[in-house]
Design a protein around this ligand. Structure first.
Ligand SMILES: [Fe+2]
Ligand SMILES: [Fe+2]
Length: 148
């Protein structure tokens, strides 16, 4: 039987965890709470690691094909830059205790992540499961788990 380990499932699970941190963060912001700093830091670390690993390990490992245009990977990388910019806006608003600006930035981030994650989960992650061997998929997941 083929090894059922799926990078799509593994990485979609990390998307879900990042979404959960964002929900904690929004709850803190809605209370105009300085407690937002902690969920912000946790989410930022996790999201930075996720995107950096995708750019350094995943994207280069999956070759362009008729099912996966190189444009798709370029647009994912452009999304990452946009996500990083909004994360910086969010961090700056929180550090200046500008909670309504921070709520706007968090909402932008939620929308960007939703579209981006869907593109990955129905695009490059599926292709990675299709073209990479089982041991390669497992090795990559192990490299994800190591410290950023
Ligand atoms: Fe990504
Ligand atoms: Fe991702």
């Amino acid at each position: 039987m083929a090894d059922p380990f799926s990078l799509d499932d593994f990485l979609a699970e990390d998307h879900k965890k990042i979404d959960e941190y964002l929900i904690f963060l929004v709850r803190a912001l809605e209370k105009n709470s300085a407690d937002a700093a902690r969920p912000l830091q946790t989410m930022a670390e996790r999201l930075d690691h996720h995107m950096e690993w995708e750019e350094k390990v995943l994207f280069p490992a999956v070759p362009p094909s008729p099912r996966l245009a190189s444009r798709h990977v370029e647009s994912l990388t452009i999304d990452h830059e946009r996500i990083r910019r909004v994360m910086n806006e969010l961090a700056s608003a929180i550090s200046h205790r500008q909670f309504s600006e921070a709520c706007h930035a968090a909402d932008d981030l939620r929308v960007f992540l939703q579209g981006h994650n869907r593109d990955e989960e129905y695009g490059i992650y599926v292709e990675a499961d299709r073209v990479l061997g089982a041991s390669e998929r497992r090795r990559m997941a192990e490299s994800f788990g190591r410290a950023p």
